[in-house]
Design a protein around this ligand. Structure first.
Ligand SMILES: [Zn+2]
Length: 384
């Protein structure tokens, strides 16, 4: 009789455990499916990155590449969003570009999730969200909020020390899963190195002349409201930067350091023929000095703790307590930057022009916006 009771308890415990595993794995598997951009007027094709590097096929590092073509031939440009999947303005700018751009001359490749694996998990220890939603023209749409690093389910364990290929540079082990320390990548490396190699192969095989990598960083990080360019791209970056500043966009310009390896603006410039440019905006939800993480902070860019930090002189961006740094300002900076730098590229390469219209810029998204719409609603007006 006693034994029977024990068996019954054991069966009940096992059933309970299986139910918990089932429910949590549903959530776990659902976050591996990513919401995709809708196809705007110039999208001709969507291919997977494995078309250019087959070693990614069937892995969580394979990612969609949107190909936007103009009526006239011209130059080729690549926009990378989601290098770091917790840097919202990077991938939301990619969504805005894909859904709005009307390409006149040339071809534009857009990758919304450069580290696809990084977007399939988040950093719960940071109080980060898995999702946020926006009310768009087609109704309520869900967008993801991921992690800076490759999902450990896809690549684990990290070594104690990460040795970059091919420079031999040594970094902390966790940087092994940071794709922006993995360029130029290698075909037989770990998943992060393979993803980086895939991007480099896309640039080499398509002969892409201009490349953008869109980032965000915390307001207390020195490289912010900034552009970093490979030395080959400094000419066009200087011209574009002057035009951005004439529009009232505060932008610092730095040349990519030659002794800091693994980043797009260093390695894609060195290992391909592209002009590599990276931009950074200020994201309040990434900083150590922030208050509790909230969607209002992620999209609205407001935070009481940063008001105090600014008064103490600890920030590298101006901080207006009434406005903060909303998603519209951040995406507006990125998209205006892509526009101005591509214009400068066209001036230097009149036989390889990339011209387009329809993409909202700094004025559409931010300067001319009704203040009450900032924090997501204004941006959502430009999503399909
Ligand atoms: Zn970043």
């Amino acid at each position: 009789m006693k034994d029977k009771k024990h068996i019954l308890t054991a069966i009940l415990c096992l059933a309970g455990a299986l139910a918990i595993i089932y429910i949590t794995s549903l959530n776990f598997l659902s976050v591996r499916e990513l919401p995709l951009p809708m196809e705007g007027p110039s999208v001709k094709e969507v291919k997977m990155l494995s078309e250019w590097f087959p070693g990614l096929a069937g892995t969580n590092g394979d990612t969609p590449v949107y190909i936007l073509e103009g009526k006239k031939p011209g130059g080729k440009m690549l926009v990378l969003g989601g290098t770091h999947s917790n840097e919202v303005s990077g991938y939301m700018s990619a969504f805005l570009f894909i859904e709005n751009a009307v390409i006149e001359e040339g071809t534009v490749y857009v990758v919304p999730y450069t580290n696809h694996s990084g977007m399939t998990h988040n950093d719960p220890g940071e109080g980060n969200y898995q999702y946020f939603t926006l009310e768009t023209k087609s109704g309520l749409r869900t967008f993801r909020y991921g992690s800076r690093a490759t999902n450990p389910v896809d690549q684990w364990p990290d070594p104690d020390v990460y040795i970059h290929y091919p420079s031999g540079q040594r970094l902390s082990g966790s940087e092994t899963r940071n794709i922006n320390r993995g360029y130029p990548g290698r075909p037989d490396g770990n998943l992060t190195e393979k993803m980086a190699y895939g991007i480099a192969e896309l640039i080499r095989k398509e002969d892409i002349g201009l490349e953008f990598d869109l980032h965000e960083a915390s307001p207390e990080y020195p490289v912010i409201n900034a552009t970093v360019a490979h030395q080959n791209a400094m000419g066009i970056a200087s011209e574009g930067c002057i035009n951005l500043m004439l529009m009232g966009i505060e932008m610092s310009l730095e040349q990519s350091p030659t002794n800091f390896h693994g980043l797009t603006h260093r390695e894609l410039g060195d290992y391909t023929n592209t002009m590599a440019i990276l931009m950074e905006t200020a994201n309040a939800s990434q900083g150590r000095l922030r208050g509790a993480t909230s969607i209002a902070q992620v999209l609205g860019g407001m935070d009481k703790c940063y008001e105090v930090s600014e008064q103490l002189g600890m920030l590298y961006v101006p901080w207006d307590p009434e406005v903060g740094h909303p998603i519209e300002e951040r995406c507006g900076r990125h998209l205006q930057g892509v526009y101005e730098y591509s214009q400068a590229y066209n001036n230097a390469n009149p036989d390889k022009k990339i011209t387009y219209s329809g993409v909202p810029g700094y004025e559409d998204l931010y300067l001319n916006a009704d203040r009450s719409m900032l924090g997501g609603a204004q941006l959502a007006m430009f999503l399909m």
